[in-house]
Design a protein. Structure first.
Length: 210
């Protein structure tokens, strides 16, 4: 199955994304809005969750209604910026388990190297959503997907807030089976591999570091 790029153009998402882009938006508001955007994106990314019929008695009468059919989910933020998206998703899906993956770029080979990886013990049985606010070159996200596939996971989605065309092309080349969910596809990468116009360094703006 070929992965698709889902650009989520909901008015609330676009409004909140504009606030994130503003260089004058402070750390507290930035962090809150990243979480809100993740929640809104999760709403779309989980649209294909299967349902089953359950019998429930309302205060008025018994009936048969829809409920999630026990599909297990895991979310895996790419450290550190991906952490900013976790709480928004857990607000919607409290039962989701959380793994963590840390990557850095080798200064000589420029390839992503894993420095930290901790996954739920049953990760192979779960649908996985990988989180990272920015999909720039795509190198880190592609490496993270490769690591997750190494655990035996077969159903993986990638959730970003902003993507560059270069990053999307990288994921589609390396992992054509992975769907990408993003609030905006920006123009390009600059010479420093920052997304243009983007919103700057998401990790620095979430955690107040420079």
């Amino acid at each position: 199955m070929e992965g698709k790029v889902h650009v989520l153009d909901h008015p609330l998402l676009q409004h909140k994304l504009t606030i994130l882009r503003n260089k004058d938006t402070g750390v507290k508001e930035f962090r809150e809005i990243v979480s809100e955007i993740a929640m809104l994106e999760c709403y779309e990314a989980t649209r294909d969750l299967p349902l089953e019929e359950v019998r429930v008695e309302t205060p008025i009468a018994p009936g048969t209604f829809k409920a999630l059919s026990g599909k297990k989910l895991a979310i895996v933020p790419i450290l550190r910026a991906g952490l900013g998206m976790v709480d928004g998703i857990l607000n919607l899906i409290p039962s989701a388990k959380v793994g963590h993956i840390g990557l850095y770029r080798d200064p000589e080979t420029h390839l992503p190297v894993e420095y930290y990886c901790k996954m739920p013990s049953d990760i192979s049985e779960r649908d996985v959503i990988i989180l990272d606010p920015m999909l720039a070159t795509g190198g880190s996200a592609s490496a993270a997907i490769t690591f997750i596939k190494g655990y035996g996971c077969r159903h993986i989605k990638l959730m970003n807030i902003i993507a560059a065309p270069e990053g999307i092309a990288c994921i589609q080349k390396d992992h054509p089976d992975v769907d990408i969910y993003v609030a905006a596809v920006d123009e390009k990468l600059n010479e420093h591999a920052y997304i243009v116009p983007g919103l700057g360094d998401a990790g620095d703006r979430i955690f107040g570091t420079k």
